[in-house]
Each structure stands twice: as structure tokens, then as C-alpha cells.
Design a protein around this ligand. Structure first.
Ligand SMILES: Cc1ncc(COP(=O)(O)O)c(C=O)c1O
Length: 401
């Protein structure tokens, strides 16, 4: 296998899909919004699924193969050598895993700190489960601002009862800015969390998608992070969002907490999901390498396209993920105020404008919380033809307006 997975499907083939990305908008719209990729399944993952279907292997999930596959991948790719299967738990997906882990270390009414602009469901899932969301915005370069974080963690504690607990939901790497936190930044986070008695939950779903020039640091490998948790899955890197499964990993000092997670939580993922995610981590590295080369090329192409077609729009060069954060504030398109509880498909400001005038669907900045308004998030995990056509359409619409 030598070809770029992003160049294997035509627009016509993609339009036969029925997933959210391809059905939320009419067929004349180019969808570059939700984090689904325009790729076929990695062949070995497809083979495992076909085999399961052929033999009717469609029961409940079980066993430790998923944990073992993640452990091996973490060691090979990130020199993270102590992902012990006994400190992992199968969870239905990353967001429900986040909720279940937060239930282990906080109570209803407690506060969870997040770094906006950040993945919109962080707000919805956390507040739906009765926790308060406190914001600690990233700085202007999309980096974690440790002073702001300290202030937010202290605010989260202030006024709460003496038994109140505080958690920090880290997005590592960060969606939507594509920032890959450095080891120094994460050391600062761990030091702060220890000092202020805060439990860290690190969402590492994008961890395998690191582009040239950056290096991923698993939060649990940082000194001081031994009482933290991480959540991972193959759903972003190998495009398996429809095949639900994820893994919670406890640091050595959080193992006893993870033991308290009800066994029923592990009944949530689908067996086919667990098979697919396991295979991706076990045998998907070659396919991932090709994908990353394609994403690297698209990251550069997008920079060129924005410079050529979208004057006034600032492109924040992503270090990881396949999501580009475009600052459209200079275009002067009005946007609703961020309320942090919008759903992912809500549209306002520039994203609404580009949908209406260019027939390109992007994610609307305001759903990502404070600092998101006036921005759009563009998913560049697509072919160069589609990417070029989408940005050209956006440019033509701006020229006409
Ligand atoms: C940071 C982040 N966390 C979680 C998710 C969703 O993961 P899951 O479908 O496993 O809940 C996404 C999806 O894009 C994401 O970007």
C-alpha cells in the first residue's frame, strides 16, 4: 500500500455516504465541517470487520485486546512504556468516557475547567452531567496560558464547599486550534494541578495525528501527572467514529479510582467497534503514515489557498489534527455571542455566510466557547481537489459580495 488515503475517493463516491458530514446539508454543499475524514477504511480494519460479519461475531465486547493494542502503540510511537492493561477500562466512546471519569473524581455541582476555544461537546457533556464549566482561555497563539489556568482553577474552588472537587479537562492535542502541547507546557499543568489539588482528565483522541515538526506528549508521562486520566480511541486517526469504542487509562495513583467505574460502562462500546479500534492500533501504523503525509501536504496547500483566495483571513498553522482554525474577524461578518452551549452543527457569522454564499459547510467558531466568535474550523482531511474547490468557492463568494 503506497497511496495517499485522502486521494482514493471521488466526490461522487463520498456523496453516497449517509453519515452526519454528508447528510446535514444539501448535495451542492461541500462539507468540510465535522471531524470525519474522506478516506476508505484501512484495509486490515475492513478485513477484521468483514470476517466478524461473515461468522456472525456480533455479540458483546470483552477481553483485553484493545488495551494491549493501545499499550503497544503508545510504547512504539510515544515511548510511553507503562500503559498497563490493568489500569485501563473500556468505555463507549471518548466523550462518555470523559463523563464517567469525571464522575469518579467530582460530584454534581463541582467545577470542571476547560480551555476555550475548545471542542464544543466539552461544554454540553460536562454540564449535562451537573458539573459547572469554568473557562480558562488559550492565549492568542493557541497555547495554554498557565497564569489564566491558575486563576480559573482557583475561581473554580472559590465559593464552593469544603468538600468541593475541581477537575481540569485538557484537550491534548487541542481541537480546534490544532495546538500540540509541549512537554514544558504539560509539566506546568501537572505542577499546577498537584499544587491546587486538581484532577486532570486528558482527552487524547487526536494524539496519533501529529504533523511534521511537532511531537506528542502523553499527559500521563509527565512528572506529577500520576493521578491523572487519559482517554483515547482510534476514531479520529483511522476514521472510526461510527464504530463506537474508547479506552480510559489511569495513571498509577488513579488506578483505585478507575476500579470504582461501574462494570456496566464497559458494556457500552460495540463489539465491532472494539474489534476495529484494536486492529487500527495494532496494524494501522503504515496506513497512518500515508495519511499523515497527505495531511501534511493539505496543511501546506490550505495555507497557499487561503493566501490566494481569502485575503484578510488568518490561518493558524495546525501542529496536529486535521482541523484548521481560520480567523475571519477582519471580514466583518456579525456573529452571535458565544454561549458555550451551542451544538456542533449550529451556524452563525462567517460559517453561516460561507454556507449561504459559497455552499461550503464549516464549523462555526462560536460553538467552541470564548474566543471562538468570528472564526471557522475547516476540516482538511479530504482530497486536494475538494479542498481547492471549497476554498476557491469561498474566495469567489467574497469577491462577489
Ligand atoms: C477532542 C475530541 N474529543 C472527543 C471527540 C469525540 O469522540 P467520541 O466520538 O469517541 O466521543 C472528538 C471528535 O471530534 C474530539 O475532537
Amino acid at each position: 500500500m503506497t497511496s495517499n488515503p485522502l486521494e482514493e475517493l471521488t466526490l461522487q463516491q463520498l456523496q453516497r455516504r449517509t453519515s452526519m458530514k454528508w447528510r446535514a446539508h444539501p448535495a451542492d454543499v461541500l462539507p468540510l465541517w465535522v471531524a470525519e475524514m474522506d478516506v476508505k477504511l484501512p484495509p486490515k480494519v475492513a478485513e477484521v470487520l468483514r470476517r466478524a460479519i461473515d461468522i456472525g461475531d456480533t455479540g458483546y465486547p470483552g477481553g483485553t485486546a484493545f488495551g494491549e493494542a493501545v499499550s503497544q502503540f503508545a510504547s512504539q510511537h510515544w515511548h510511553w512504556d507503562d500503559v498497563e492493561v490493568s489500569r485501563t477500562a473500556l468505555v463507549p466512546d471518548v466523550m462518555l468516557g470523559v463523563v464517567e471519569v469525571l464522575r469518579l473524581v467530582t460530584n454534581r455541582g463541582d467545577a470542571v475547567v476547560v480551555n476555550p476555544p475548545v471542542y464544543a461537546p466539552f461544554y454540553a457533556f460536562v454540564s449535562h452531567d451537573g458539573r459547572r464549566v469554568i473557562e480558562s482561555p488559550l492565549d492568542d497563539n493557541g497555547r495554554i496560558d498557565l497564569d489564566a489556568l491558575e486563576d480559573a482553577l482557583e475561581r473554580a474552588r472559590a465559593g464552593a464547599g469544603k468538600d468541593a472537587k475541581v477537575a481540569y479537562l485538557l484537550c491534548n492535542p487541542h481541537n480546534p486550534t490544532g495546538s500540540v502541547h509541549t512537554v514544558e507546557e504539560l509539566r506546568g499543568v501537572a505542577e499546577l494541578a498537584r499544587r491546587l489539588d486538581v484532577r486532570v482528565v486528558s482527552d487524547e483522541i487526536h494524539a496519533p495525528v501529529i504533523l511534521t515538526g511537532s511531537r506528542f506528549t502523553p499527559f500521563l508521562t509527565v512528572p506529577g501527572a500520576e493521578n491523572a486520566f487519559a482517554l483515547t480511541s482510534a476514531s479520529k486517526a483511522w476514521n472510526l467514529s461510527g464504530l463506537k469504542a474508547a479506552l480510559a487509562i489511569a495513571g498509577p495513583e488513579a488506578a483505585a479510582d478507575l476500579q470504582r467505574m461501574p462494570e456496566e460502562v464497559s458494556h457500552g462500546p460495540s463489539h465491532l467497534g472494539v474489534l476495529a479500534h484494536t486492529e487500527a492500533f495494532k496494524t494501522g501504523s503504515d496506513w497512518l503514515d500515508l495519511l499523515l503525509q497527505g495531511l501534511d501536504a493539505n496543511r501546506t496547500l490550505l495555507g497557499d489557498l487561503v493566501a490566494e483566495h481569502l485575503p484578510g483571513v488568518k490561518y493558524q498553522w495546525p501542529q496536529g489534527t486535521y482541523l484548521a482554525w481560520l480567523d475571519c474577524r477582519e471580514l466583518g461578518i456579525d456573529e452571535e455571542a458565544a454561549d458555550g452551549l451551542a451544538v456542533v452543527a449550529d451556524l452563525s457569522g462567517p460559517a453561516r455566510w460561507f454556507l449561504d454564499h459559497a455552499r461550503v459547510a464549516l464549523s462555526s467558531g462560536h460553538v467552541f466557547g470564548t474566543g471562538g466568535a468570528g472564526h471557522v474550523r475547516l476540516n482538511f482531511a479530504t482530497s486536494q481537489t475538494i479542498l481547492t474547490e471549497a476554498v476557491s468557492r469561498m474566495g469567489r463568494a467574497l469577491t462577489k459580495s
